[in-house]
Design a protein around this ligand. Structure first.
Ligand SMILES: [Zn+2]
Length: 193
């Protein structure tokens, strides 16, 4: 993990732990007793985290949608409890700030890319294009080979064409000779009748 990502993650977990504390305070203020206030952050921020994870691009659209719904709902509740925990204007702003920081750092962490990552991707794309071009050139150069039907496969496009032309010429001559013979036959038959 690179430094920028590490610091962003540290801020993310920092904001999360402050939000946890605020939610526990809010639960106390509402009259939560004993263990009760300590469950609240898991039911609020915990669900927001779960929703956040379900929005990951590796999951399908429906999962992403449910994740967004869970994160938005739990996030709004978290915001309300963070503000409710405050005893002053600054406390309220801190509560809002913590939730904003939580969302922003999560977005930032997902958008930190090393320059080499994009360079590697660009190089891979360029290589793929070059390979495709080369393959197309080879396929075009070998097109005559797949069209060659000669008993002995030709060794070049030129040889194949020469053979094809010669065969066409032979076929033409044969046809012409057949026509000539037929005409001569008709003349002879005419003379005999
Ligand atoms: Zn041939």
């Amino acid at each position: 993990m690179n430094t920028a990502k590490l610091i962003t993650k540290a801020y993310f977990f920092g904001a999360l732990s402050i939000s946890f504390t605020h939610i526990i305070t809010s639960a106390h203020k509402m009259g939560g007793e004993g263990y009760e206030p300590y469950i609240a952050p898991f039911m609020v921020d915990g669900v927001a985290l779960l929703g956040m994870h379900m929005r990951n691009e590796k999951y399908d659209d429906r999962t992403n949608k449910i994740g967004l719904w869970a994160q938005s709902t739990a996030g709004l509740l978290s915001l309300a409890m963070n503000v409710h925990a405050a005893h002053s204007l600054f406390g309220m702003l801190l509560g809002i700030g913590v939730v904003v920081l939580f969302l922003v750092t999560e977005w930032m962490a997902g958008n930190i890319r090393l320059r080499t990552d994009s360079e590697a991707a660009r190089n891979a794309a360029a290589n793929a294009a070059a390979i495709a071009d080369a393959e197309a050139a080879v396929a075009a150069a070998n097109a005559w080979l797949s069209a060659c039907t000669h008993p002995t496969t030709c060794s070049s496009a030129g040889q194949c064409e020469t053979k094809r032309n010669a065969a066409a010429k032979r076929a033409k001559t044969t046809k012409r000779n057949a026509r000539k013979a037929a005409a001569e036959k008709r003349v002879l038959e005419g003379m005999m009748n």
